[in-house]
Ligand binder design. Structure first.
Ligand code: FES
Length: 108
């Protein structure tokens, strides 16, 4: 299935070290700026759905604000037990200063 390219927010609105949540068609997408590298990911923790973009960003990991599960943004993999759980991550492109993510909805 062909992914849909979604415009999320201007790059200028996401400073290095910041995370934000953008909701597209009911899908909360977290966006993080790690020293200029931008990541997009499901903004719902695999534990109980905590808002990851409200958590803590350290290097390329995000820690959930509710109970501390931590994921690597590059791969989506959890880095503390339960290792093997993962969140979806989305390819990011910057087009004319706008952060865009390619999302495969799977069921459209
Ligand atoms: S909801 Fe994220 S660690 Fe519990």
């Amino acid at each position: 299935m062909t992914p849909e390219r979604l415009a999320l927010l201007p790059l200028a609105d996401l400073l290095p070290g910041q995370m934000k949540c953008v909701v597209v068609d009911g899908l909360p997408i977290g966006v993080a700026n790690v020293d200029g590298q931008v990541y997009a990911f499901d903004d719902a923790c695999r534990h109980e759905g905590g808002p990851l973009s409200s958590g803590v960003l350290i290097n390329d990991t995000v820690t959930c604000p509710w109970h501390g599960w931590t994921y690597r943004l590059r791969s989506g993999k959890a880095v503390v037990p339960p290792v093997g759980i993962r969140i979806r991550v989305y390819p990011v492109v910057i087009i004319e200063g706008v952060i865009c993510a390619d999302v495969d909805w799977g069921d459209k």
